[in-house]
Design a protein around this ligand. Structure first.
Ligand SMILES: Nc1nc2c(ncn2[C@@H]2O[C@H](COP(=O)(O)OP(=O)(O)OP(=O)(O)O)[C@@H](O)[C@H]2O)c(=O)[nH]1
Ligand SMILES: [Mg+2]
Length: 398
């Protein structure tokens, strides 16, 4: 599957940059192209400068809202970013249109953090505009959810995240969620290591995108997962996970090929990798709430069999009984067995649901604070009502 990846805001730009690196890896190691174009869009010039792999020309690193923000960002106001994105839409579409091999691209992936200003406000707007322009290509979103400490300390965080989630869900064909807090929970040292979190967010897409692009016979599985399977699976809230296990099932020369022990071990490894992929999902969900799933098993060809693929599918069906499941094999990896898992059409995500009551409560508190502040200002104004002023009120800046 080939994607055009557009990163919006700082977080989105960095993750799009990581997708550009993933594509370089696919090109150099596998001779495959999985990203036809990677773009970064921002209202902040400094954020665009910090990227490494996306080409530095103005059609790949797109500065929007120059006149209104003078290249200094929107200061977390996602409403302003949404306005700026509308004004800059033509500039972005013009850049995307000249992507080489655009006609071969299967879908768009737009990436941003939900809690920031630029990315969170512009992603829903750009998604809608791209969808209107390119009706036959699906537009997916990848949204990064904030750390818990940000939700507690930064007042804009809940408002931006809630408005972004609701808007994106209503326009995008599917929304991948990646929860920053989950990566830190796994490894506490990551809190200051955004690059490593980004690497972990993007890495699971590698085999998923490569599997359907192979042209050499030895790398084509018995059951290939291609762009069609992925597009049919994706819809609504979505999560992705990756599990891998080193293979030490090396067959000794005198060992019989069809040994039942070997077969048992093979199934065991597949199920263990599946468990790991489920533990490593990009956001917490309950498998029972999943409506569709697609998985790709990858291992050296001789370590996989149709039975293994079937058993993995059966196990997933047991865990997610309501899901339509698609899956296949990809004979590529050396010395390891891995599973990439995408769970989609998830009807209930606690992390998402939690934002709406918090936004209500937050708005309530905000309204009360605003009323109290207005009352205090009034008292102060009344106290100095008789003091003369040296300027006319109309000249004051508000
Ligand atoms: N995973 C990940 N999260 C990031 C990264 N950079 C920022 N974040 C998260 O994104 C949120 C802040 O959003 P940014 O992307 O910095 O904001 P922006 O879209 O540039 O918007 P403004 O700076 O407000 O104009 C916070 O929740 C951060 O934790 C990154 O590189 N990776
Ligand atoms: Mg920024």
């Amino acid at each position: 599957m080939k994607l055009v990846v557009v990163g919006l805001g700082q977080c989105g730009g960095r993750i799009a940059d990581e997708f550009a690196r993933l594509n370089k890896r696919a090109e150099s190691r596998r001779g495959l192209q999985i990203v036809t174009g990677a773009y970064a869009v921002n209202s902040d010039e400094a954020d665009l400068t910090g990227l490494g792999t996306i080409p530095p020309d103005y059609q790949h690193r797109i500065l929007m809202g120059g006149r209104r923000t003078i290249g200094h960002g929107v200061g977390k106001v996602n409403k302003l970013a949404a306005e700026i994105a509308k004004e800059s839409a033509d500039k972005i579409i013009d850049a995307l249109r000249v992507t080489p091999r655009f006609y071969e691209t299967d879908a768009f992936l737009l990436v941003a953090s939900a809690a920031g200003g630029t990315g969170s406000g512009s992603l829903p707007v750009i998604t809608e505009i791209i969808k209107r322009r390119y009706t036959i290509k699906p537009v997916y979103a990848l949204l990064v959810l904030p750390f818990e400490h940000e939700e507690q300390a930064e007042s804009h965080c809940i408002t931006n995240t809630a408005t972004c989630l609701k808007s994106v869900h209503s326009v995008a064909d599917a929304v991948f969620l990646a929860d920053n807090q989950r990566y830190v929970r796994r490894d506490g040292t990551l809190i200051n290591n955004m690059n490593e979190i980004n690497r972990q967010i993007v890495a699971p897409f590698y085999n998923l995108l490569c599997a359907g692009e192979e042209t050499r016979r030895k790398y084509i599985g018995a059951r290939v997962v291609d762009a069609g399977d992925i597009i049919q699976t994706l819809g609504g809230w979505t999560t992705i996970g990756f599990g891998t296990l080193p293979l030490n099932l090396r067959r000794l020369p005198f060992e019989r090929k069809r040994s039942f022990r070997k077969k048992g071990a093979e199934t065991h490894v597949a199920l263990q990798a599946m468990d790991e992929a489920l533990c490593e999902l990009s956001v917490d969900i309950r498998p029972a709430d999943v409506g569709s799933a697609v998985y790709v098993l990858s291992a050296p060809a001789k370590e996989m069999s149709m039975d293994g693929i079937k058993e993995t599918g059966d196990y997933l069906k047991h865990l997610a009984p309501n899901a339509v499941i698609r899956g296949g094999d990809y004979p590529r990896e050396k010395g390891e067995f891995s599973i990439t898992m995408v769970l989609s059409q998830i009807c209930d995500v606690d992390r998402v649901k939690g934002y709406y009551p918090r936004l209500k409560e937050f708005n309530h508190v905000l309204e009360r604070t605003q009323k109290e502040t207005a009352a205090k200002i009034k008292v102060q104004e009344m106290a100095w009502a008789d003091v003369p002023v040296l300027v006319t009120k109309g000249n004051r800046r508000h």
